[in-house]
Design a protein around this ligand. Structure first.
Ligand code: MG
Length: 288
């Protein structure tokens, strides 16, 4: 089951795709997927009832809908795992950079943009804008000190995030927050896929293309820390809430990893495809 947050005639709604993925049915007229997820089982029940009661004409063609980020208002910052693939840890430094414990930082929620929205080039602030294709976990229910064996029951589903990073700011200010939090630096979507449609999240193909050229090609089976370990570790002493988004880290092939580096330029198009979810496509703005 693939869910969207969409806008049609200035009304924001939560919808579900049909099996062709060409049509959308509105399942809730709240503008907040987070509120829907927080209803738990009741929300899933509502979706099934809406689908059952719907006739052909209740569906919109997907082209008639502007897709927004599936999660527009997470309860806290977007939580991000750093260096969760060995090859990426090495391209960012050396073997010494392979973490022993999960590395965690965050992005301000004001970074979130939807599929097809423009990533601002921020040329007056950074000369090293970079892409990071990532699988993102969306939390489904509140929990603290979650056991690894129960971790997936706290997950609602998965989406795609581009953890856009200003490398020069990341280095200059030491702490990652600023370099990771420029406005528009968290493209997300296009769909939020319910966990039951995904199977094993630790075995999904992930690919990032810049202007059609493959830059990152890996599989989440190469995670250093699994989805279960990530949820369990982050929840130790910190309450996870419905709608929290956790980006799971990026594989090798970021712009900084090339010699010489290949940072993003105005007009570049970044496409991130994850098996079972879809493709997130955004362009870097031409204007500052
Ligand atoms: Mg990242």
């Amino acid at each position: 089951m693939k869910l969207i947050t969409g806008k049609k005639e200035n009304k924001v709604f939560v919808g579900v795709l049909d099996s062709t993925e060409r049509k959308v049915l509105a399942v809730s007229h709240t503008d907040s997927m987070v509120d829907c997820i927080a209803k738990g089982e009741e929300f899933l029940q509502e979706i099934h009832e809406k689908i059952k009661a719907a006739s052909e004409e209740d569906y919109f063609q997907i082209e008639e809908v502007t897709l927004l980020s599936p999660i527009t208002n997470p309860p806290k910052n977007i939580i991000c795992v750093g260096k969760n693939y060995v090859d990426h840890a090495i391209e960012m430094g050396s073997k010494e950079d392979i973490p022993e414990h999960i590395m965690v930082f965050s992005k301000a929620p004001t970074t979130i943009i939807g599929p097809a929205d423009l990533i601002k080039n921020h040329l007056s602030i950074t000369k090293q804008l970079d892409y990071e294709g990532e699988l993102a976990i969306v939390i489904g229910k509140k929990g603290t000190n979650i056991k690894i064996e129960e971790a997936l029951s706290y997950c609602f589903g998965y989406t795609i995030v581009n953890d856009v990073t200003a490398r020069d700011l990341q280095e200059k200010h030491k702490q990652f927050f600023l370099g990771k939090s420029l406005d528009t630096s968290c493209p997300m979507g296009p769909f939020l896929v319910h966990k039951e449609s995904i199977g094993n999240p630790n075995s999904l193909q992930i690919e990032t293309r810049v202007n059609g050229e493959v830059r990152q090609s890996s599989n989440t089976k190469h995670f250093i820390f699994s989805v279960e370990e990530i949820i369990s570790t982050i929840s130790k002493g910190m309450t996870l809430e419905p709608g929290d988004v956790i980006a799971t880290g990026t594989p090798a092939g970021v712009g900084k990893g090339f010699k010489p580096p290949r940072f993003l330029k105005p007009g570049d198009q970044i496409e991130i495809t994850i098996e079972g979810i879809g493709t997130l496509t955004n362009k870097v703005s031409l204007e500052i």
